[in-house]
Ligand binder design. Sequence first.
Ligand code: ATP
Ligand code: MG
Length: 413
Amino acid sequence: MLNPDAECMNLKTNEDQGDTPHVLSRDHHAISRVNIDSNALKVLYRLHRSGYIAYLVGGSVRDLMLGRKPKDFDVATDARPSKIKKLFRNAILIGRRFRLAHIRFKTGLIEVSTFRKEGSLLEDDSTDRDRISRMHNTFGSPCEDAFRRDFTINALYYNIANFTIIDYTGGLHDLKCGLIRAIGDPIERFGDDPVRMIRAIRAATRVGFAIEASTFEAICAQHKLILTSSPSRLFEEMQILLKMGGSRSALKYMMRTSLFSTLFPEIATIYERTDPVRQDLFFKLFGALDWMTNLHGEQSGQILWGTMFLACLFLQLPLSFSIRRDSDRLRRVLEDTFRIIECIGIRYSIPRRQRSIIRAILQDFPYLLYPKPGSTKFRNFPKRSHFQDAMRLLAIFGHATGRLSLVLKWERP
Ligand code: ATP
Ligand code: MG
């Protein structure tokens, strides 16, 4: 999968780089302080002036290198949490075992972590909680901190002291080549924290990169391990994946790696049994969700999961069903879908309120598609509490099926 681009080949990958970082001086990269959040700059400068190492790290460096707007700015330092707390009156320490500082500003929050290393796993570390607490337990060097991170492009540092980029893991190489590559042995790293498999897909679709071959194969080989992660982390990672504006290609990756059938077996079984037209509609609905996200910003949980269950419903229905002729089938399919909402909803703790809104919208969906203007029901429908969410899901459905005019039927003069 490597791109044989000449420039790409001049940079080292993490296999041949060892512990000596590749350092890119200020005039050899495009990161400018103008594009760094002013709160992050304040934090970096105060740490630096107090004699500590202060690096910007993670997704923000990756995104700035790619000329994209970062979602959040994380800082890594050699200052211990208690020192960070003393330096910043607006800092609170969070986390029981490994303490992170959240520095709160009126316009947002900057997360500051002390360099740490990944602790080795013990045989009795069978649960997600065991693994996470052991993984994040010991302070370390900048190099160790880089190697405990998930992917090479997420482990680059921007040093506020001299504006250089520091690369211990081969991230610059992979950034040039457009690759998401696990740091170290992917089989081991995904075994240590299976949520990284979803994060690989999320990172790839967020920046439009390919997943490097051995990283991809490790996900395919170990997809079942994902079930040992805690439901709350899975819910959180899945929700980020659905709301980032690239859910369609992320879900394609999830199907190809079998992560989807492991996490959502109820929907995967229906998907596998249905015909290509409905399979295609399944992905078109997520394409429409991405369109909505790019148009109006991040969507609420009921819209994200609503799209998932609407897609599940239409895997089982012909697009042009008739409410009267197909009423028995419609009832059966709705009942089945409600059962699936409960199973998946309880498994991943999708909030009860969101589940009930989604159920109400799906129940109404046939009527939303075929309203009877002029009737009392039609007049009263917009008074329902979930009407705005229903209109959004109808627009997503309309976009996916090339029938955006469906929404117009509901517009008031
Ligand atoms: P996004 O743009 O979606 O926020 P991100 O890479 O910044 O992407 P975060 O969840 O904000 O993702 O995490 C910040 C950084 O922390 C990552 O870039 C990575 O270096 C590190 N990280 C997060 N989760 C893990 C994990 N499970 N294992 C190893 N490193 C991780
Ligand atoms: Mg981030």
